[in-house]
Design a protein around this ligand. Structure first.
Ligand SMILES: [Fe+2]
Length: 210
């Protein structure tokens, strides 16, 4: 299996917010061919802390925590974008399969919404701030934004298949980063996310198969 995303090097892990390089203008276009674009220069919020609070000391060094927070931030941005897309489709789906798709999309967006809280709070537990604005999400997400014009039901399903597969690939690429740093909680969480996204992609894909 080819490596689609280069694991952040030690140098990349030392990324500083003020040295961030411009991101690709159209990450969604790169994602369309099934690859995960490298997003060098992703800005990671500075570690939180104050004179009153002791420095974080959980056995994972600063560089590794920054690298993991970067990966989790990408997974969060893509999960949130996929959540919004799924909720939009829940509202706007039409056609003879309205009832089943309307209900299925609700189940899926609820799961995605719930997961964003878990991912964001893991970023906080690692001592970094979680991204949580439309501007930041659109800047770092790989999953494309929701189509302005609601597509036909089958196209909605196809878009969601690709979205779940994209989030799964990105999450999977960062599992070794967490494992290498001894961050089993993050590795376990990302593994669980891959399980959900792979299964959801399978169920959605099955709707399109003869
Ligand atoms: Fe609803």
């Amino acid at each position: 299996m080819s490596k689609e995303f280069d694991k952040p090097s030690k140098k990349a892990r030392a990324l500083k917010a003020d040295k961030a390089e411009p991101l690709p203008q159209s990450p969604a276009a790169e994602a369309a061919d099934g690859t995960v674009p490298t997003k060098g220069g992703l800005r990671v919020s500075p570690a939180s802390g104050s004179r009153q609070a002791p420095r974080i000391n959980i056995g994972i060094d600063d560089e590794d925590r920054a690298a993991i927070a970067e990966g989790l931030s990408r997974v969060l941005a893509d999960t949130y974008t996929l959540y919004l897309t799924t909720h939009n489709f829940h509202w706007n789906v039409t056609g003879p399969h309205f009832n089943s798709l309307h209900a299925m999309f609700m189940q899926q967006y609820t799961e995605l919404w719930t997961s964003t809280d878990v991912i964001a709070e893991r970023i906080r537990a690692l001592g970094h701030y979680a991204p949580g604005s439309y501007a930041e999400f659109s800047r770092i997400a790989t999953v494309p934004d929701v189509p302005l014009e609601p597509p036909r039901a089958t196209e909605m399903v196809r878009i969601l298949v690709q979205g779940h597969e994209t989030v799964s690939r990105i999450a999977r690429e960062f599992i070794p980063v967490a494992e290498e740093a001894g961050d089993d909680p993050t590795a376990d969480m990302l593994t669980a996310r891959c399980t959900v996204h792979d299964q959801t992609a399978w169920m959605l894909r099955s709707l399109l198969e003869d």
